[in-house]
Ligand binder design. Structure first.
Ligand code: MF3
Ligand code: CO
Ligand code: CO
Length: 257
């Protein structure tokens, strides 16, 4: 399947799905507290998506994923599986990744939460990763190439002595959760796909405090951790390319673009 260009009507549906995904992150925030389990956060999000939003949590049963959201704590990079035995503690950092399907279209977004008094090095990693996403979003417009965006993220992270995860990337999104193109968070300027009006995709940099290398859990087949067990952070938005820039389909109220 090639890269799809969405019509104005399709982008309106993507906007609705994106809004719902962002609202789940806003809804869950007050529940992200020391002492709560990631399993409980999953149940709260699942019930809200299904009962309040009348939408579908896309991760549930996606390629066999067993839960409705991803919860990735500390050295977990992505695809952490919520569990009743994983209790958040003071100083933890957690990524909560929400994907909903509404009227056949996907909205995909994630953010980091800091629990209590997170160490300054953790705060700095989380902030830098968010800034990397924001600078990438600022670049998105027709004519820009994916390699330009990947390069900018990589430069920003590496200039701060962090590393960029290579094995997982952003992706085209629409009626299909993960479609073309692959949106790498590293690269070379003037390479890769040229953006066109009507493309919709995610940018979701995963930035490690230590080395870029990853490890996939052999026991659950999903949980991706840093090989060196140092911290990792991730932020994600779903975007639509417009004639004069882009629209952040998963923007939260606290954000200005
Ligand atoms: N939401 C993730 C992404 O940003 C994908 C999760 S797939 C799952 O692409 F199966 F782990 F849920
Ligand atoms: Co995604
Ligand atoms: Co996601």
């Amino acid at each position: 399947m090639a890269v799809t260009i969405k019509t104005t009507e399709e982008i309106a549906l993507m906007r609705e799905a994106g809004r719902l995904a962002s609202e789940v992150l806003e809804m869950i925030e007050p529940h992200v507290q020391v002492g709560v389990s990631t399993g409980e956060l999953d149940r709260i999000c699942h019930d809200y998506i299904v009962n309040t939003q009348k939408a579908i949590p896309a991760p549930l049963n996606y390629n066999g994923f067993p839960k409705s959201i991803c919860t990735s704590v500390n050295h977990v990079i992505c695809h952490g599986i919520p569990s009743d035995t994983k209790i958040l503690k003071d100083g933890d950092i957690i990524n909560i990744d929400i994907t909903v399907i509404k009227n056949g279209f996907h909205g995909d977004t994630s953010k980091m939460f800091l629990l209590g008094n997170a160490p300054i090095h953790a705060q700095r990693l989380v902030k830098t990763t968010q800034e990397a996403l924001y600078l990438a979003i600022d670049m998105v417009k027709p004519g820009v190439r994916l390699g330009d965006i990947g390069h900018a993220i990589q430069q920003y992270a590496e200039s701060r002595h962090y590393s960029v995860v290579r094995e997982y990337c952003g992706h085209g999104i629409g009626r299909i959760f993960h479609e073309e193109p692959q949106v790498l968070h590293y690269g070379k300027p003037n390479t890769g796909l040229e953006l066109k009006t009507g493309m919709t995709f995610t940018i979701e940099p995963m930035i490690n405090a230590g080395s870029r290398y990853t490890r996939l859990s052999k026991s659950d087949g999903w949980t991706v951790t840093t090989k060196d067990r140092r911290l990792s952070a991730q932020w994600e938005h779903t975007l639509a390319v417009l004639d004069d820039g882009c629209e952040v389909l998963t923007k939260r109220s606290e954000e200005r673009f």
